[in-house]
Design a protein around this ligand. Sequence first.
Ligand SMILES: [Cu+2]
Length: 474
Amino acid sequence: MTTGGGHQHNKRPYWTSTRLVVAGGIIGTTAATIAAGYNRSNHSGNILADDNSTIEVDDPQTMFLDTTDDSDGNSTGGNINDPPNNPPVTSKEKPTCEHCEKETKAKKAAVKLAVKHEKHIPDVTHGTMKTTTMAGRDRERNWPHPPHHESTGAITLVENAILTYAPHVPPPITRTEPAIVKVNMTSDSVIKRINHDYKYPVWRFGEGVRGPFIRARVGDVMELTYMNKDKTGMVHNIDFHSVEGPGGGSAVTNCETGQTRKCLFKLLYPGLFIYHCSAAPVPLHIGNGMYGLMLVEPEEGMEPVDREYYVMQSEFYVDEPDDPDSEIAEPSYSKGLREQPDIVVFNGKEGALTEKHTLQARVGERIRIYFGNAGPNLTSSFHIIGSVMDKMYRDGSLMNPPDRGIATTSVPPGGATVVEMVPRVPGTYTMVDHAMFRIDKGAVGFISVGGEKEPGIYESQDPPQPCPGCKLHA
Ligand SMILES: [Cu+2]
């Protein structure tokens, strides 16, 4: 493994036929081999074959954290060498940057103009935003580097992503440097119960209607191995909203049954993003269950909290089974076109977060919910009955400060949000889409909070009463 001198501004893609440039460094032939689809062996001895082969891979559900340094070329991730025709960038001279030079000229011009007109001058050139007024007031605040500036050297760390299914969330990222994060994904289709009336032919990633939660860090490179195991013969792919490039990755992950795709995606922006299948017809692939969440942590990581949960909303459009004795409903494209769902649920089915499956918490704990809306049609008015969101990261952005003291937030189809609450009174808190008729379609989830209440916040002569027939107050 070689390390590169930072600050490269390559116009070519991250991988080429001869070398891979990641974060200004050079990964070399392994990644290039992946990109080119050549065969290689991984650390387990399983063959990772080219795009069109049916192969056996590591069990994608058996994930573990592996921080093996891949620099010796013999451990996780395989052989990483720098090809002789592409020597490492070792010069200590500061590379010139065409973009920056243009930006500097533009800034000088802006300063002249601002002096003339006494306007604010935003400077977003190198990591700090400084807003200068002619009155001499300077205000600095942290401002993320533009993506092309994140060139700090080669990535030598390789790890396997820990993937979890809702409502569980992988543990926080603790490392302070970028890594190549290996993510194994599969797709298939199965018959699953989606509410008290119907079973349904759900299409899914991994083992859940709502795929696995993927957690990484900005600047990481996701090394995706995606295998379509769907025996029906349907083509699937993955569109990651966290990925820059055609189709968010779907353009290079189209898979027929038995095929495997391998891709490298650099994660340029922190935030909470959904991913979904975008094979045609796209609304059916999403509506039938092919979606999930990916968290890209900022460099400084997420603030520690007491509990984290993964919740996704989606809707189903169904026709009655042709066979009156069957419980298996049919997808209804016409209802989808009319945007009239029969079923609206959290985490893939009615009751996924009620009865024995309520989320758990204690008074005084900070609870963070990663909430996504797969749609495919409805905007969610996400609300937690009995709680004000102490923090709410609008649209899942982790580059902006959170909003505070929010009761209800809109989450569009394909969108996400991160919310935090701190319950101060024990009892049941209810997650809903505040378009309230949807509770009768299944969109209800409970958070059961135990512990002693803080005094003076919620007082009554009578204890809380059960609410007969009510779906909101368990
Ligand atoms: Cu699909």
